[in-house]
Design a protein around this ligand. Structure first.
Ligand code: MIC
Ligand code: SF4
Length: 748
């Protein structure tokens, strides 16, 4: 973001804030300050938390390669010449970890040539900055280059809130949202409620910023943050480094939060300075009062936040969460007994550090401090140990300052600056499919099958320093704080608490930063989409609604329990088809548990009675006969990623409505954008009324209106009809998207 643009934003903030204080009749929180100063039209906007739809003007859009393909394919359909707001593409998700950074990069560039060429050419043409493969993970690169206090950025990735570490509202969205904002439209989001998290004290010993968020995950659960912004405040906040704050806001995504934010402070100044943005740091310092909540808010926070949580950092213990969900949290001291009790495989097969969440200098230096202690005592890693740096700068700085050598001596492998094993891009050879085993990482997600495609892998999450100690231990029943390990010659080793530096004393080393600027004039740039490609295909608009009610549709799937976007549209090997809707749709619901059989990824064809079919095969068979279908879901359906494939594939294969107990925010929006009706049971227990052979009708669609429930009829095989009610959260405009067949159709 240029200093001038930031200056212009800060210059107009005081009057926007004054207007808002007057209209709301009270002082403002930080999140509110940023929302009101990015309003498309403050006066026309309804400001009601949890109710109003906000129309906002983001300062910037960021996209990663796996989601940018669909975002750009949709942007192309909008027929614009150039993006209306500064935007960037980051190539990070498609690089598979196999044998180390150098070889993996070379392989990725070869394998993904088509996709990279498409993204590069579309970026050049439309005025989008292009960060090539190897430049780093989107959130780290955004933090180093684009995040700034007081800004509003949207990103086609659920961990975009990482930017909250620098005091901005950074929000994850689907590609259609990004496409619209790039086309010049305002961005729409439900006015979030606010959770205030008051931090006091200071982290001690083994406790790290990661533990703040792991603890909160346990406390608030994976749906506790849905449609809420988490705003941190209190004296403890200023004791946490900017990158540590980034770890906390990044993983707010695991709470389902719209985003999380920290108030501007000296730690942010230090980070801006070391990332060569002293001019922005100065500007922010001069405008400090715009970038923190009004002083009255700290005096009586309960008046301004919808919910308050207090954490005394001085008492916070290091935590480990998992397996399978980030809200299964406990202090590391409780893990050994719990692991025994629950029969988790004790042996750890792999320990992984880094990723977009935890690869700051502070993280790596604290992990290296543990590594050096182990090495000095004569220990080696007992597990596979993989390190994922977040960016070129981190990579080169790790190398310069000897961390890389330490990790390698310990038996570790340094991977490319990319997502790698965090998103299933991990060619794991040490276990067989279906083998139950435990792994631990400093990543942010641990849904089944996420890292290695094996649903039997129990994935635990913790801080990089705890993960490094666990790599030496090789077992889950080790408490790094109190435990001892024994070397080959029988010496007992006890780790001292980790020590590290927040920022490199010598500044960041730089490698090849990997940025390519767009063409001045993109008219002559050709977009490269190879005909007949199985990686990319231009989109056909979805058909518009035919004006008829949905009558007697079969249930394609009734999902039981957790049904995240990783269950709906798995990543790993499927990532390569993210630009090809037809191809990727073969993965639809492969991870989802069928409530009727308990099996994952297998359903029954209601027309033929054939069992054990993949959901995509059955949906394709229905589609061939011109029949749509319905999906039934449990709580927090669509939790996790922003990938709109989880909405586009069902849409493409004829799913008309998804009825659940509740939705995760980004996914619910993605469904609306693609023209699927997202409905929730008025009475959650109605979930139990659906049986495998039932047919479902949804009636009264022509009178669909905001706030008006929808009638759903379950037709039983015995001829009986059971009527239930379902709610929806669609606005008049969103109902228009449904009728047009998609938001994109409604645009043109
Ligand atoms: C993830 O962490 O799940 C991803 C992969 O980064 C996704 C985006 C995607 O599916 O491409 C996300 O978090 O939004
Ligand atoms: Fe990449 Fe993992 Fe971060 Fe998602 S969570 S952006 S896959 S490193």
């Amino acid at each position: 973001m240029s200093v001038d643009a930031i200056n212009a934003l800060y210059a107009k903030m005081p009057s926007a804030l004054a207007k808002a204080r007057k209209r709301f009749g009270r002082p403002l929180t930080l999140a509110e300050k940023i929302l009101v100063s990015h309003a498309d039209d403050f006066d026309a906007q309804v400001w009601e938390r949890g109710k109003a739809q906000l129309l906002l003007r983001p300062d910037r859009v960021a996209m990663q390669d796996a989601t940018a393909q669909m975002a750009l394919l949709q942007f192309i359909q909008a027929g614009k010449k150039r993006v209306a707001v500064p935007s960037t593409v980051h190539c990070d998700h498609l690089i598979r970890a196999q044998s180390g950074a150098k070889e993996d990069m070379a392989r990725a560039i070869e394998e993904n040539k088509e996709v990279y060429n498409f993204l590069r050419s579309a970026s050049r043409k439309y005025g989008i900055g292009f960060w090539k493969p190897g430049a780093g993970i989107i959130h780290q690169v955004v933090l180093e280059n684009y995040a700034f206090p007081g800004g509003l950025i949207i990103g086609t990735d659920s961990h975009t809130p990482n930017g909250g570490g620098l005091g901005m509202l950074a929000i994850g969205v689907g590609g259609a949202d990004a496409g619209e904002v790039m086309a010049g439209l305002p961005w729409e989001v439900l006015h979030p409620k606010l959770i205030g998290v008051k931090l006091t004290g200071q982290l001690q010993g083994w406790a790290s910023p990661k533990d703040v968020i792991l603890y909160l995950c346990g406390l608030l659960t994976v749906k506790g943050g849905t449609n809420k912004i988490i705003e941190y405040f209190g004296p403890g906040a200023a004791t946490i480094s900017a990158t540590g704050k980034g770890t906390i806001t990044n993983m707010g995504a695991e709470l389902g939060a719209t985003t999380s934010i920290f108030p501007f402070d000296e730690k942010m100044v230090a980070y801006l300075n070391i990332t060569e943005r002293a001019d922005i740091a100065k500007l922010a310092q001069a405008n400090r009062e715009l970038l923190v909540a009004d002083p009255e808010v700290f005096k009586a926070p309960e008046k301004y936040y919808d919910q308050i949580v207090e954490i005394n950092l001085s008492e916070l213990e290091p935590h480990v969460v998992g397996p399978h969900t980030p809200d299964l949290a406990r202090p590391v001291s409780k893990l050994p007994s719990e692991a025994k009790e629950k029969g988790y495989p004790m042996q750890l097969k792999a320990a992984l550090i880094g990723s977009c969440t935890n690869s700051s200098y502070e993280d790596i230096s604290r992990a290296a401090h543990i590594a050096r202690q182990g090495l000095k005592a004569g220990l080696k890693a007992k597990t596979q140990f993989l390190v994922t740096p977040g960016s070129e700068r981190i990579y080169h700085t790790m190398q310069r300052d000897g961390f890389m050598k330490t990790f390698e001596e310990m038996g570790g492998t340094v991977l490319a600056n990319a997502c790698g094993p965090c998103i299933g891009q991990w060619k794991r050879e040490d276990i067989k499919q279906g083998e139950k085993n435990s792994i631990i990482s400093s990543f942010n997600r641990n849904f089944p099958a996420r890292n290695d495609g094996n649903a039997e892998t129990l994935s635990f999450l913790s801080s990089p320093e705890v993960v490094t100690a666990m790599a030496f231990a090789g077992t889950l029943d080790f408490n790094p704080i109190t435990g001892t390990l024994t070397t080959a010659d029988g010496t007992k080793v006890h780790f001292e608490p980790p020590r590290g530096e927040e920022l490199p004393a010598k500044g960041f080393a730089k490698g090849e930063e990997g940025f390519e600027a767009p063409a001045e004039n993109g008219d002559s740039v050709q977009i490269e989409v190879a005909p007949g490609s199985d990686r990319l295909a231009l989109l056909e608009p979805f058909p518009k609604w035919d004006g008829k009610d949905f009558a007697k549709l079969p249930i394609l799937l009734k999902a039981k329990g957790k049904c995240t976007t990783d269950h709906i549209s798995p990543a790993g090997p499927w990532l390569k088809y993210r630009g090809h809707l037809d191809k990727i749709s073969d993965n639809m619901f492969l991870g989802a548990t069928n409530a009727f059989t308990g099996e994952a990824g297998k359903v029954t064809n209601a027309l033929t009675g054939a069992t054990g079919q993949t959901p995509s095969a059955v949906a394709r068979a229905y589609k061939a006969q011109g029949i749509g279908s319905i999906v039934i879901g449990d709580e927090n359906y669509g939790e996790g990623s922003s990938r709109e494939h989880a909405a586009m594939s069902p849409r493409f294969l004829g799913v008309k409505a998804v009825i659940t107990k509740s939705f995760a925010r980004i996914h619910e929006t993605n469904l609306k954008k693609q023209g699927i009706l997202p409905l929730t049971f008025a009475n959650a227990a109605d979930y139990d009324k659906f049986e495998e052979k039932d047919r479902v009708s949804i009636t009264g669609l022509s009178t669909l209106a905001p706030g008006k429930p929808v009638e759903v009829t379950i037709h039983k095989t015995n001829g009986q009809d059971v009527k239930i009610q379902a709610n929806h959260s669609m606005t008049a405009q969103q109902i228009g998207w449904f009728k047009a067949g998609s938001a994109l159709n409604a645009l043109s």
